[in-house]
Design a protein around this ligand. Structure first.
Ligand SMILES: Nc1nc2c(ncn2[C@@H]2O[C@H](COP(=O)(O)OP(=O)(O)OP(=O)(O)O)[C@@H](O)[C@H]2O)c(=O)[nH]1
Ligand SMILES: [Mg+2]
Ligand SMILES: [Zn+2]
Length: 353
């Protein structure tokens, strides 16, 4: 059985077909894609209709592997009443961050995203935030793009501003779009042909939902009313996957206030490819790039090739990731100790006369 065409519109392809066969050789369950995730309910699209479903209990006990928007799941049951999510197919990519607060857990924001559109509003560009978001985007396994939104506010300064953003974006292509007058919209659209899933991320008020609406062609999602100071308030509260009329899908996300990294060194190196390249010229292989003699990074800051604030931000994100890795390590050790303690107790209980 091959996937019906409506599923292809949702991004289904041969790889998913194989995963389906692996998990469910008899094909008792049917595939569907999670479009919206509520507290205890998942809205899924099976290519035909969208329904709200719960998950089978055993999915809850499997550690941390509940479906999120963008996931492919297998749905069991024969009627509307007993339909339930039975299985979560393996993720191809995942946009993740550290869970809010003190916890050192990974939180998956969106699954199976091919393209991440990092939205940066023209009226309040923030290089440091952009670096953080790009690191997350590189980590996801998807291809990141920077989309400077509200380009209508820039007028003659547009090109100059884009050049500034390109310095921060390094390996990611930079586009400009105005959802108000439609400038640049086709370029964004061309990143999302049939079968491709994009996610928009960026600060609250960046115009993400307005962009999704412009791509859809009508006001599907709520956006904030225009305020004279151009500042947005949080409007979107859920992640929502939306099929586009001319193919492709786009996932709207709420502006994240707390954007703690969940990434590894490679993602950081990709987001800071310019700095990373220069570190290769440092005299010492273990150079800390702070005070060491022969440090190419310090030299590049001196002669203006690298922005000092960008290097400081690179150090900061590195520290953040190192801290996260240490905390995870401690937690792993604690869990290991608990496991041994438990095994010891069990062994004692068994040998007791
Ligand atoms: N000038 C201008 N304003 C825009 C444009 N796109 C969006 N806006 C305005 O920016 C504000 C915020 O837009 P939203 O789309 O709600 O922003 P958001 O990124 O979805 O915000 P959250 O859902 O809170 O994360 C609204 O007042 C929009 O009208 C644009 O292309 N040009
Ligand atoms: Mg929004
Ligand atoms: Zn160095």
């Amino acid at each position: 059985m091959s996937a019906a065409p409506p599923l292809a519109v949702l991004g289904w392809d041969q790889t998913w077909n194989h995963h389906h066969l692996d998990a469910d050789p008899e094909r008792r369950w049917r595939p569907a894609r999670v479009t919206l995730q509520g507290r205890d309910v998942w809205r899924v699209h099976d290519g035909d209709v969208e329904t709200n479903l719960g998950v089978r209990g055993r999915l809850r006990s499997a550690s941390g592997a509940l479906p999120v928007a963008g996931d492919w799941v297998l749905v069991g049951g024969t009627s509307v009443d007993d339909a339930v999510i039975e299985h979560l197919l393996p993720r191809r990519s995942a946009l993740t961050r550290k869970a809010a607060g003190q916890r050192t857990d990974e939180q998956v924001v969106a699954a199976n995203v091919d393209v991440v559109l990092v939205c940066a509003p023209a009226h309040s560009l923030n290089a440091r935030r952009l670096e953080r978001e790009l690191t997350l985007a590189w980590e996801s396994g998807a291809t990141p793009y920077v989309v400077v939104t509200k380009s209508d506010l820039l007028g003659d300064d547009l090109e100059e501003t884009l050049d500034e953003v390109r310095v921060v974006a390094v390996g990611a292509e930079v586009l400009a779009v105005s959802s108000y007058d439609g400038d640049g919209l086709d370029a964004v659209r061309s990143l999302l042909p049939e079968g491709v899933t994009g996610a928009v991320i960026g600060p609250s008020g960046a115009g993400k939902s307005t962009l999704v609406n412009a791509l859809v062609g009508h006001d599907l999602l709520a956006t904030t009313a225009v305020r004279s100071d151009h500042r947005g308030v949080h409007t979107t509260s859920a992640r929502h996957l939306v099929p586009l009329p001319r193919g492709g899908l786009v996932l709207d996300t709420p502006g994240m206030r707390e954007l703690a990294l969940w990434a590894d060194e490679d993602a950081l190196d990709a987001a800071f490819a310019d700095v990373d390249d220069i570190t290769r010229e440092c005299r010492f292989a273990d150079c800390g790039h702070r005070t060491e003699p022969g440090c190419a990074v310090l030299a590049a800051v001196q002669d203006g090739r690298l922005d000092e604030a960008r290097v400081a931000s690179w150090h900061k994100l590195q520290r953040e990731l190192a801290y996260l890795a240490r905390k995870q390590d401690v937690r792993a050790q604690q869990e290991e100790r608990r496991r041994w303690a438990r095994l010891g107790k069990e062994a004692k209980a068994r040998t007791r006369p």
